[in-house]
Design a protein around this ligand. Structure first.
Ligand code: PEP
Ligand code: MG
Length: 594
């Protein structure tokens, strides 16, 4: 029977595929398809790993001393029994034979299927055997990974993929941004998670992958079973489980239409973004890794408006990149952009972006009750001056290869302005002292907290440019955790306080003769393009996949005609309604003149 699950639409388009359920603790298992002629060797690899784990358990049993508790010996027997279980082994093999999953993925898939069955058992003793199963599967996967060439057991690395016959989509309770990065270029055609908000970093990374995604779908990972056929409607925030043939056909049609529309928009790639009344608008790209730079250029971006450098620091098991490694990463982006400006934001770690994989609830538990208000972004950098200095030196060195702008996130206190600028100056001095070449950089600040927006004149005195981070500005203005789906309905970019802060920041920065850009998700959302143009924004930064649709909006907008309505919306109780009503009138007036 077909079931619908509702969540938040975070990445547009339609994905259709078989569900791969991944428990949070298993997200970093390698997922890739094997070729048909590799099925036999892959099954042998699985068997060899199973034999090795059996031998290890047997050796442990032989090692048992007289004073070892009997329960431990019994536990080893249970584990050995599970490993020898022929039904279990053949079900795991089936994933390899029929779906061409790699062995680690086959074990994880079978574990997920059995976990459900254990959860539904009435008998408590049997239910508790799930933990044994998990331990055995974990050992098996680690053994497989250690001999796979896909990374060692402690860092089951990113995934090599080849196209499988059956499309697959990932369903999980939660995926951290760091884990999401591992899926770049991977096998999954779409994502569904139980938790998360529209501008959570997991959602942002899903958008950067440009594949349909729904987050905050609450019970999705409980309702959907391993291998179910599902449709992910990333425009509506809808997941359809086990769809009827008619619904499937309807969505296949929409998939084809979506592709045609994308192909059509892609033709705007090299056209400058100029409004109907001749205003030139700059369209920039947000990127997470140096490898994203090529896609930004390809999509027609006029530069990088936000390089979220923190993604270089993730998934490294605590070992941070040194100055040379960072320098090379920044330099590669600068060179790839061939003279176009590259805005590198200093590390913004913390909140829902832990350095290593960790679910949001673990993060809240282990670090602080409210990480969004805690040690993140510039607070983190200033708390660890050694790390910050390494990053600043690397950015300054990269600046000799092109046009680099250095951006500081989440400043909320004048003391942080002084401290950050002082560190930048000290980084320059230390490079000079060491005789190392570096380049000039413009230094900008992000406006992400209301305090910053309210003391904008102080920022304008000290910084060369301003970038508005609407994701955080909304979160902190409205006191809404951007990663919490239970308050997602209150996360409102149309809120009068938010629009007021955004508009006044744009207008005051322009009046001071400095550049202002928006690099939050609002910039890539076509619903806000005209409003932002009407309040004076002329520089937008977004994921490359969003550029064509925003450019199309700009090409069709007569900005001057919308300005009076924007002014009215900014002082009204319900800016969205005022804006919508006025926009219809303005368009009608333009149509009459035409
Ligand atoms: C923002 O807050 O709008 C922003 C661009 O920064 P991030 O999403 O990385 O917090
Ligand atoms: Mg931010």
């Amino acid at each position: 029977m077909s079931v619908q699950v509702f969540g938040l639409p975070v990445s547009r388009g339609v994905a259709i595929g078989r569900a791969v359920l991944v428990a949070s603790s298993w997200v970093d298992v390698a997922h890739y398809f094997i070729e048909a002629d590799q099925v036999g060797p892959e099954i042998r690899r699985l068997k060899a790993a199973r034999d090795q784990v059996c031998r290890e358990f047997e050796a442990l049993k032989l090692d048992v001393q007289g004073d070892t508790p009997a329960e431990l010996v019994a536990l080893l027997d249970v584990h050995l029994m599970l490993l020898h279980d022929e039904v279990l082994a053949s079900a795991t093999r089936q994933w390899i034979e029929e779906r061409h999953y790699n062995a680690e993925w086959a074990v994880a898939a079978q574990l997920e299927t059995l976990s459900r069955q254990f959860d539904e058992m009435e008998d408590e003793y049997l239910r508790e055997r799930k933990a044994d199963l998990e331990q055995v599967a974990e050992r098996l996967i680690r053994t497989l990974a250690a001999h796979s060439g896909h990374g060692d057991a402690s860092a089951l690395g990113p995934v090599v993929s080849c196209e499988g016959d059956v499309p697959v989509v990932l369903v999980a309770n939660d995926i951290s941004p760091a884990d999401m990065m591992q899926f770049k270029g991977g096998v999954f055609r779409g994502f569904v998670t139980d938790v998360g908000g529209r501008t959570s970093h997991t959602a942002i990374v899903a958008r950067s992958l440009d594949i349909p995604a729904v987050v905050g779908a609450r019970d999705a990972s409980r309702i959907i079973r391993q291998d179910d056929w599902i449709i992910i409607d990333g425009d509506a925030g809808l997941v359809i489980v086990d769809p009827s043939p008619m619904i499937l056909e309807e969505y296949r049609f929409r998939q084809r239409q979506g592709q045609l529309e994308r192909d059509r928009l892609a033709r705007l790639r090299h056209r400058p973004a100029v409004s109907l009344d001749g205003q030139r608008v700059q369209l920039l790209a947000n990127i997470e890794l140096p490898s994203d730079a090529a896609a930004a250029v390809e999509a027609g971006a006029e530069g990088v408006g936000l390089f979220r450098s923190e993604f270089l620091f993730m998934n490294r098991g605590g070992r941070l990149p040194d100055e040379q490694e960072q320098y090379e990463a920044y330099r590669d982006v600068v060179i790839a952009l061939r003279g176009l400006p590259v805005t590198i934001r200093t590390i913004d770690i913390g909140a829902d972006k832990p350095l290593d994989r960790m679910s949001l609830s673990e993060l809240r538990h282990e670090h602080s009750l409210n990480p969004a208000m805690g040690l993140r972004a510039i607070r983190w950098s200033l708390a660890d001056p050694g790390m910050f200095m390494v990053q600043l030196r690397a950015i300054l060195r990269a600046a000799q290869h092109g046009s680099v702008r250095l951006l500081v996130p989440m400043i909320s206190h004048p003391g942080e302005i002084r401290a950050a600028l002082d560190m930048i100056e000290r980084a320059r001095e230390s490079l000079r002292r060491d005789g190392i070449a570096f380049g000039d950089v413009a230094v900008g600040a992000m406006i992400e907290v209301p305090a910053a927006a309210l003391m904008l004149p102080i920022f304008l005195k000290h910084f060369d440019f301003i970038s508005i981070g609407t994701n955080d500005l909304i979160q902190y203005t409205l006191a809404i955790d951007r990663a919490d789906e239970s308050v997602a309905h209150l996360y409102d970019p149309w809120h009068p306080a938010v629009l007021g802060l955004v508009a006044s920041t744009i207008q005051a920065t322009r009046a001071a003769g400095k550049e202002v850009c928006i690099c939050g998700e609002m910039a890539g959302d076509a619903e806000f393009t005209e409003m932002l143009l009407a309040v004076g924004l002329r520089s937008f930064s977004m994921h490359p996949s969003q550029l064509p649709a925003i450019k199309q909006r700009i090409l069709r907008t007569e900005i001057a005609a919308l300005e009076p309505q924007a002014a009215l919306a900014l002082v009204g109780d319900d800016p969205r309604a005022i804006w919508a009503a006025g926009r219809v009138r303005a368009l009608a007036a333009i149509a009459q003149v035409a």
